[in-house]
Design a binder for this molecule. Structure first.
Ligand SMILES: [Zn+2]
Length: 85
């Protein structure tokens, strides 16, 4: 999607909401909760042909805190027991 092509319908009519204001705040939903008080603003990419939306977290520190706070999804292909520290 970031490369300008819709993964669903193949259209190149893609629009980036990376500079849309406000990206996050108490009354907007263009963010996801990372923790109790932390919100991660999202960059949305919209396909105007089929309406598909893809969202990306733009800040590296938000991804870092998600790594710390969220449980990691284990791949179904692997049968090894879950490792946690
Ligand atoms: Zn599309």
């Amino acid at each position: 999607m970031k490369n300008g092509t819709c993964p669903k319908c193949g259209s190149s009519d893609i629009y980036a909401g990376t500079e849309v204001f406000p990206k996050s705040g108490p009354f907007t939903c263009n963010a996801i909760p990372v923790g109790l008080t932390a919100m991660a603003p999202l960059d949305n990419y919209v396909c105007a042909a089929c309406g598909y939306v893809e969202s990306y977290i733009s800040r590296e520190e938000d991804i870092a805190s998600i790594r710390r706070k969220w449980p990691q999804v284990t791949s179904e292909k692997e049968s090894t027991p879950e490792e946690k520290d």
